[in-house]
Write a protein that binds this ligand. Sequence first.
Ligand SMILES: [Zn+2]
Ligand SMILES: [Zn+2]
Length: 71
Amino acid sequence: MTGENEQENQYRLCPSCGNFSHVLERHFFCILCGTKLIDSCVKCGTSIIHPHGKFCHHCGASYKTDQTRTD
Ligand SMILES: [Zn+2]
Ligand SMILES: [Zn+2]
């Protein structure tokens, strides 16, 4: 059952504020801002294994979807 073990290193991230939750905690929405959490890269689908990661380690896409530019 490698699938079970892999979950131990997976996290959900809030694409809005950067908050995170371990995948086994079964949090589906950010407790800080209410945004739906993502458990994998929205671009390539690779699982999120770094809770403090801001970019996908596989394809380099940003996990953040709320990229409001101020320039
Ligand atoms: Zn949030
Ligand atoms: Zn990716």
